[in-house]
Design a protein around this ligand. Structure first.
Ligand SMILES: O=C(O)CCC(=O)C(=O)O
Ligand SMILES: [Fe+2]
Length: 249
């Protein structure tokens, strides 16, 4: 079979991921995203699937690049960006999550007065990224050891950005590691910032705003600026998988 350069996962993985993703209460998740800028999908992956994905980390053949966060001032710890084709399960989940999140993203654009509509399926959005010269895959695997942390940041990789992304906790808090909380900050115009700490268990995914989202105020919606990061890992080893929907320049 030729390499799948489109970033699509295999049809089998796509249909099982689609069924898994469709089983969540999407109106409730959309309500959480609208209200807080993040929503948790409990147990998106089984512990076995978590371990299998985390176990890919040392095998360079899956990845296109390896980043040591301290060298860039991004924090401490490391991550690797996957190559295309993505592992079937992650690729399948990216394809399956996208249409649900695109509905939220389109409503956000409207409320923020941003022109532009995200297509209903991920392949069409990726085609737009590719036309804009953003062709490199952005899904990633992160690894943290004691003392490691991830500074507050936004995962933007070019002019085209999908405004929601997801991260899946692959390790078991309390057993595999302590510390290492996922955090989101929200900078509000002319107001103090708000912080959200997201409690995750192994296999849970958090979907969250990448950079901007609308907040309902008394005189209509206003736009806030978000960043996410991870607090210091106190002990053990923590792995996460990041699913970002736009490709990179
Ligand atoms: O390790 C985490 O929980 C967050 C990783 C991250 O920054 C991302 O997935 O974009
Ligand atoms: Fe990130």
């Amino acid at each position: 079979m030729p390499p799948r350069s489109s970033g699509l996962a295999s049809p089998v993985a796509d249909s099982s991921a689609a069924a898994r993703v469709a089983a969540y209460d999407w109106p409730a998740l959309a309500g959480e995203l609208d209200g807080y800028g993040c929503a948790v999908l409990p147990k998106l992956l089984s512990p076995e699937e978590c371990r299998a994905i985390a176990a890919l980390y040392p095998d360079e053949s899956h990845f296109r690049s390896h980043i040591h966060m301290a060298r860039h001032g991004f924090g401490r710890g490391e991550y690797r960006y996957f190559k295309y084709p993505l592992p079937d399960l992650l690729g399948g989940l990216r394809t399956a999550l996208y249409p649900h999140l695109a509905r939220v993203a389109n409503a956000w654009n409207e409320r923020m007065g941003i022109d532009g509509h995200f297509p209903g399926d991920h392949a069409s959005f990726l085609a737009r990224c590719h036309d804009a010269g953003q062709t490199r895959p952005t899904p990633l695997l992160l690894q943290y050891e004691p003392g490691d942390f991830n500074c507050l940041h936004q995962d933007l990789y070019g002019d085209l950005a999908f405004p929601i992304q997801a991260a899946i906790l692959l390790s078991q808090p309390g057993a595999d590691f302590t510390g290492g909380e996922f955090v989101l900050t929200e900078q509000r115009p002319r107001m103090q910032s708000r912080v959200e700490v997201v409690p995750l268990r192994q296999g849970d995914a958090v979907a969250f705003a990448v950079h901007n989202r609308p907040v309902q105020g008394s005189k209509g919606s206003y736009r806030v600026n978000l960043r996410h990061g991870v607090s210091r890992v106190r002990s053990g080893r923590r792995h996460t998988a990041g699913i970002i929907f736009h490709d990179a320049k």
